[in-house]
Design a binder for this molecule. Structure first.
Ligand code: HSE
Length: 312
């Protein structure tokens, strides 16, 4: 039986969709995320020794937890059927928040077990296994949270099924402000309300915006980035799930955010900002407005996290 030294890893929170790229665009932030310790277990197979910071709301059954589902898929792929490995999970971010909590668990689980085994696969090769873990949480197969959590930076997914991803550049001065209002939205429900049909007119507008957004990252052109961050398809359908959404958006843009929209499936919100001062002012003004409406919130200010999952 394998008996390697234990490892501790971190996988960061992420912002998926980034306004114009539903299921195909995401970026990672610094700060919130999941820590996982991977060590030799006491019994054969993959088990969860403990989950901390989740108020007993996440499954300890290895067949249901996103971290162990992802890690088990890796073990199956590598042909390790005689191992005893246990995971200790530390949630350092809110879940059902739209900040990629299930993705961070899936990534930390698979990345941690890969590190424990001496890194047989590269980060990019781990992506399909992380996606399987994420799928347990919301039933859909998309990489817009797991890919940036794993690899860092802005990631464009050309094709989710084929795991065809492209790492985009991050303008160095760009700050993200993420606001988590204390309300819960299940990703599965937030996906169910979306219409399966979109008008050609909207597709044309959105295609222009995502193309221009990608170009703005390559050119570090924040004016172009600002013009591009307009979602014609998803935000208009999901805004009703988030109290005061359009007031909050107006406040963010008035405070000079380059763009503002829903983070992933919500309820978290994000703004991309030209510097940390704007990011702080956006965070404070949104928090204040939510508080005036009796909604608590947490805010996170971060440069783009270009590293992704890491070993301590
Ligand atoms: N792209 C996904 C969605 C992200 O918006 O539903 C949340 O998992």
């Amino acid at each position: 039986m394998l008996d390697f030294p234990g490892v501790k890893v971190f996988a960061p929170a992420t912002v998926a969709n980034v306004s114009v790229g539903y299921d195909v665009l995401g970026f990672a932030i610094h700060g919130p995320g999941d820590d996982i310790i991977v060590r030799t277990g006491k019994k054969l197979g993959l088990s969860i020794a403990g989950i901390h910071g989740a108020q007993n709301r996440l499954p300890k059954d290895p067949k249901k937890n996103t971290a162990t589902v992802a890690a088990q898929a890796l073990l199956d792929h590598l042909g390790y059927d005689n191992v005893a490995i246990e995971l200790e999970i530390f949630k350092k971010m809110p879940f059902a928040s739209g900040m990629g909590s299930s993705a961070a668990s899936a990534v930390a689980g698979v990345f941690g077990v890969n590190e424990y085994l001496g890194s047989p696969l590269t980060k990019k090769e781990l992506l399909p296994f992380a996606m399987l873990g994420e799928q347990v949480a919301d039933g859909a197969y998309h990489a817009d949270n797991v890919a940036p959590s794993l690899m860092g930076g802005f990631i464009l997914i050309r094709d989710n099924e084929k795991h065809d991803t492209i790492r985009l550049p991050s303008p160095t001065e760009l700050y993200a402000c993420v606001i988590h209002p204390h309300i819960s939205i299940l990703t599965s429900e937030s996906r169910e309300i979306l219409s399966s049909e979109v008008s050609l007119e909207k597709v044309v507008k959105q295609t222009g915006n995502i193309g221009a957004f990608v170009a703005s990252l390559y050119r570090s052109d924040l004016e172009l980035l600002k013009r591009s961050l307009e979602d014609h398809i998803i935000e208009p359908q999901r805004a009703k799930l988030i109290p005061h959404f359009y007031d909050l958006k107006e406040i963010a843009l008035k405070n000079k955010a380059l763009g503002f929209s829903i983070s992933g499936a919500g309820p978290s919100l994000f703004a991309l900002c030209p510097n940390s001062l704007v990011a702080e002012e956006v965070a404070l003004s949104i928090k204040t407005h939510l508080k005036q409406n009796k909604i608590g919130s947490d805010t996170y200010i971060s440069l783009i996290n270009n590293e992704g999952a890491k070993k301590y």
